[in-house]
Write a protein that binds this ligand. Structure first.
Ligand SMILES: [Fe+2]
Ligand SMILES: [Fe+2]
Length: 479
């Protein structure tokens, strides 16, 4: 584990800690991809602020001290690069049929197609979210939030670099073609959409943005955690470093929603506004509306984990390509050939739990880990509501609610987990999911607030600023 492995040479055109300079062919290929990436960033990155300086963090090395360095930068000048976590000496594959063998440094021929698909699917989400969020800067609720948006955006751009590096370094011509295609698809474009459904939804307002970073970036965390266990070591190390950046994205979501909840509770208490209509007259986002947005973003994020029963998931595990969440901490045989796992299923008109083979249930198991993690934030939001003395609770809807993938896509399920008729669904849908009127109302709140230390009326100030700076710091220089 040479010290030098963690050092990043910022004099390079592409900052990296993967000794790019020693691999001329790869370096040249990536240097050719770089201007195309920058063109994509110019076309599809944050609109309107490319020439402004923002207070952003970037990695100057990947060890604990060096990976978060803050400075002023114009986004197109951000030093996107290739950073991977330190190698573990003598790392072994620790699950599946190859358990105990040395981790692969090169792609094993038999898994080439599967690995490429896993990397492309992950890679596609990164530029997609930048595209989804590109108009939000115009309506920022504060400079603090604007800066956080840009931080998320540049890091998703870097995550694209991370996946493109793997494609170029390990998948030859196919990999280069996939790297091009990642810049060609567009979120929400009917002719060339992004691969996964949630990444083609619109993120038209900041409420949707916070919900997205809380729920959808968290799906990313769980996918990255599963890939960080991979027997293909370059993928594992790449994902481990990406996870350090991902944590901030979910922080933005959790605290963003928490601050909206706080502001709504303050309005309700100060003005004795118990009714959602009263809260809206005061310019706040009422809690039932928050619940509807939560229902939507949670359910589309649940879909990202795939079908409950999946032979693809079983094969990726047995092949040693994608592990479970915290695979290394689990005390079982890491083969799962004889194990079972309880899966919530649809049985005609009823919802039941059945023991299924653990291997084919791996998507569901990862979804369970995700659900538990989502609940923690909901508990913290509810603590804010309770502290305000209000008798309301936000809830995660049932996993079968509003699903488009997996067995629940065949039924209509209420947020409480009751299979309902189409007629009941149609009658109650407006109470369960955001309506056009909700979207129009939230849209009407989206006015830019750009004086340092001031915040839109619908959201509370954060408890503290970024990197020890005060809340009223000028996080983006707009002059
Ligand atoms: Fe990402
Ligand atoms: Fe993210």
């Amino acid at each position: 584990m040479a010290e030098s492995a963690a050092k990043i040479d910022y004099a390079e055109r592409i900052p990296n800690n993967v000794s790019l300079a020693e691999n001329r062919r790869l370096l040249r290929a990536l240097e050719e991809w770089q201007p195309r990436f920058l063109r994509w960033w110019g076309d599809m990155g944050p609109e309107g602020y490319q020439a402004k300086e923002a207070y952003l963090r970037t990695a100057v090395s990947v060890d604990a001290q060096g990976w978060a360095h803050f400075d002023w930068v114009k986004m197109p000048d951000y030093r996107w690069g290739i950073f991977v976590a330190e190698p573990e000496p003598d790392r072994r594959i620790h699950f599946g049929a190859h358990k105990g063998s040395p981790a692969w440094q090169d792609v094993p021929g038999e898994y080439r197609g599967t690995l490429r698909r896993l990397i492309v699917t992950q890679g596609d989400t990164e530029p997609a979210s930048v595209e989804q969020q590109r108009h939000l800067g115009r309506t920022c609720p504060s400079l603090y939030d604007l800066r956080n948006l840009f931080q998320v955006n540049v890091e998703e751009g870097r995550h694209l670099w991370a996946m493109v590096y793997l494609l170029h370094a390990h998948f030859g011509r196919d990999g280069r073609e996939e790297a091009e295609a990642l810049l060609q698809r567009r979120s929400g474009d009917p002719d060339r959409p992004r691969i996964l459904g949630a990444f083609n939804e619109r993120t038209p307002d900041w409420l949707s943005f916070y919900m997205f970073t809380y729920f959808t970036d968290r799906d990313g965390k769980y996918q990255l955690c599963a890939l960080a266990e991979s027997g293909f070591d370059p993928l594992a190390r790449t994902c481990r470093f990406m996870l350090t950046e991902e944590a901030h994205h979910m922080f933005v979501g959790e605290t963003g929603i928490g601050r909206i909840v706080q502001r709504t509770c303050d309005l309700m208490r100060e003005h004795r506004a118990d009714d959602p209509g009263d809260v809206r007259r005061l310019g706040g986002i009422d809690l039932p509306m928050l619940q509807r947005y939560l229902n939507f973003h949670y359910s589309v994020s649940l879909d990202l984990f795939g079908s409950e029963i999946s032979t693809n998931a079983a094969n990726s595990y047995t092949g040693g390509l994608k592990g479970r969440f915290e695979e290394g901490k689990k005390a079982d045989d890491h083969l799962l050939t004889d194990a079972s796992y309880p899966v919530t299923e649809l049985d005609g008109g009823r919802i039941v739990t059945r023991e299924e083979p653990a291997l084919t249930s791996l998507n569901e198991r990862l979804r369970d880990d995700y659900i538990m993690d989502c609940q923690r934030g909901v508990d913290r939001w509810n603590a804010i509501i309770r502290k305000a003395g209000l008798d309301v609770e936000l809830r995660l809807p049932h996993r079968g609610f509003h699903r488009a993938i997996g067995m629940f896509s065949e039924a209509r399920v209420s947020p409480e987990g009751r299979v309902v008729s189409q007629a009941e669904w149609d009658a109650k849908k407006g109470a369960w999911l955001p309506t056009e009127a909700d979207a129009a109302y939230v849209g009407s709140l989206m006015k830019p607030v750009i004086a340092p230390g001031t915040f839109a009326n619908w959201i509370a100030a954060p408890a503290r600023g970024i990197n020890g700076k005060p809340v009223d710091f000028q996080y983006v220089r707009l002059d």
